[in-house]
Design a protein around this ligand. Structure first.
Ligand code: B1M
Length: 213
């Protein structure tokens, strides 16, 4: 099996040490960092994303694959920076103010990183101002909001409104998600998109930022 396929398979099985060893070997053999990222790590992660979507694998499998992905990415990062391979876009993400649930948000962040996006994760219990300041500071074209409580869903509306107040409506897109959130709610608060799970979040971010998957 080719090294890049081996990386993809090791990632699919969540074998972080093997992904690390194979990535190092591929770099040492002179393979392009961009190829290792796309045809090795991202190829494996996209299989896991699809399997998660169709419920062939479950949360622990995704977390293991994500850890393996991060092992490979850490090794590639310095080389990618110097090789002109652009990440696919920057996303600010967080769980809204008053909400401590972060497992789903972390999963979305992991899948976005796995798909090649740069993710600025603000954590949980994030006030609207912090989302807006981060979008400005990072010049991020998209803010992702997560909420798991019906009582914290209105904070999503606050973020969308504050972005508009600051003249960023249309320039900084918003994606919302979380168990109680729906497409209707997203429309109602003026968000640009809604995703029901992490795999769909990758598709939505890709579409909102106008880049091919
Ligand atoms: Co709480 N909790 N919790 N909780 N908790 C829920 C959400 C609840 C449904 C349980 C229940 O009553 N059946 C309920 C909410 C009811 C409601 O509002 N309708 C609830 C409650 C009431 C509470 C407290 C108020 C309990 C209390 O103290 N009385 C309290 C609130 C604390 C606070 O936030 N201020 C509380 C606390 C907690 C813990 C801290 C103990 C813990 C959170 C730990 C953590 O996250 N670090 C916790 C947990 C674990 C849950 C349940 C059991 C599991 C949530 C979870 O992680 N799911 C949950 C019940 C349940 O869902 N079965 C529950 C797995 C995760 C992968 O799914 O987060 O839905 P999810 O994310 C998905 C999608 O929603 C989507 O993609 C993800 C991956 O596929 N998605 C996005 C999420 N964010 C997205 C963003 C996007 C796109 C997609 O774009 C940016």
């Amino acid at each position: 099996m080719e090294t890049l396929d081996e990386i993809a398979v090791a990632l699919e099985t969540g074998d972080a040490p093997r992904v690390g060893a194979l990535t190092s070997a591929a770099l040492a053999a002179g393979l392009e960092p961009g190829d290792i990222l796309r045809r090795g790590l991202l190829a494996g992660m996209s299989v896991v994303g699809e399997q998660f979507r169709t419920r062939e694998v479950f949360l622990p499998d995704v977390l293991l694959a994500a850890r393996a992905m991060n092992t490979g990415l850490e090794l590639l990062k310095p080389r990618l920076a110097g090789s002109g391979v652009a990440l696919r876009g920057k996303v600010v993400i967080g769980t809204v103010k008053g909400d401590l649930h972060d497992i789903g948000k972390n999963l979305v962040a992991i899948m976005l990183r796995g798909a090649g996006f740069e993710v600025i994760d603000l954590g949980h219990d994030v006030p609207p101002e912090a989302f807006v300041e981060a979008a400005l500071r990072e010049q991020a074209p998209l803010v992702g909001l997560s909420a798991l409580l019906t009582t914290t869903m209105p904070r999503m509306r606050d973020v969308v409104a504050l972005l508009r107040q600051r003249g960023l409506g249309g320039k900084v897109r918003t994606l919302v998600g979380g168990a109680p959130v729906s497409a209707d709610f997203a429309r109602e608060i003026g968000a640009d998109g809604y995703a029901c799970d992490a795999a769909q979040a990758v598709d939505r971010v890709t579409a909102l930022l106008g880049r091919e998957r």
